[in-house]
Design a protein. Structure first.
Ligand code: GLP
Length: 242
């Protein structure tokens, strides 16, 4: 793992956007794996600026998002698809037909997940996968478990994730209890993984990811086995990594 230490959220956002931007410049047909959450918002703002300044061209980029809440349509303002449109896709020249998010509106979980796997596989998996980390070490919505997941699957969200994500909903009861998520194997198939982490509340997860045992109890720990991971983290997140 390569570690890039940053000062704060702004610094992290700039550096991660520069890494993604450089990748798109070097390979205009980049297949991006993208994440939701608060962590990548600043990165997406910088990518939009890169497009507006004429430095970045998304016309041939394809994107595959990590996950989606089960039961939400892509027009639902709480869906991850809506979030991605709002935070990035509506503001750059990506072709909407090149944007992919698991279909949360499909109640048939097996069909929705296998269709998503087929699409990611057909794209040859991601050149660059952007990741955030949950406080319990989850990546995408791969929650702590007895085994590492493989392909896209339907998960029951843990109480800690429901509580953490409740801030984005009016009431905790509104947070969907299930999601479709890319599996850890699919995430590991990406050629380059960029993990962005800031804040003290992620310090334990970041420590366990880097220095703990490789175990599905901390899904992000599998990244120790990936040959090409860049962790971009601030001092607060690194506070337990002495
Ligand atoms: C959610 C998403 C993850 C994200 C995590 C951390 O559960 N499914 O992909 O990495 O939350 O979110 P945040 O960046 O808001 O801390």
């Amino acid at each position: 793992m390569k570690l890039i230490r940053v000062r704060d959220y702004e610094d992290m956002s700039r550096k991660v956007a520069n890494i993604i931007g450089a990748h798109i410049i070097l390979k205009p047909t980049t297949v991006l794996g993208l994440a939701t959450g608060t962590t990548p918002i600043g990165t997406y703002q910088r990518l939009i600026k890169g497009y507006e300044d004429g430095d970045l061209d998304f016309s041939q980029v394809r994107s595959y998002n990590l996950d989606e809440y089960r039961g939400l349509t892509h027009e639902d303002p709480q869906s991850y698809h809506y979030f991605m449109n709002d935070q990035l896709f509506n503001h750059v020249n990506i072709d909407p037909s090149n944007v992919h998010v698991p279909d949360g509106a499909n109640p048939d979980a097996d069909a929705a997940c296998s269709e998503y796997d087929r699409m990611v596989e057909e794209a040859g998996y991601c050149d660059l996968q952007l990741l955030g980390i949950g406080r319990n070490g989850h990546i995408g919505f791969n929650e702590p478990d007895e085994v590492f997941s493989k392909g896209t699957h339907c998960v029951d969200l843990t109480q800690s994730t429901i509580e953490a994500n409740a801030r984005l909903f009016e009431r905790e009861e509104d947070v969907p209890r299930q999601a479709y998520t890319m599996g850890t194997q699919t995430i590991m198939n990406a050629r380059l993984i960029v993990m962005a982490v800031t804040g003290e509340n992620k310090a334990q997860a970041l420590h366990d990811m880097c220095y703990g045992p490789v175990t599905p109890q901390c899904p992000a720990s599998i990244l120790q086995l990936h040959p090409n991971v860049i962790v971009v983290a601030d001092e607060a997140a690194l506070s337990l990594c002495k």
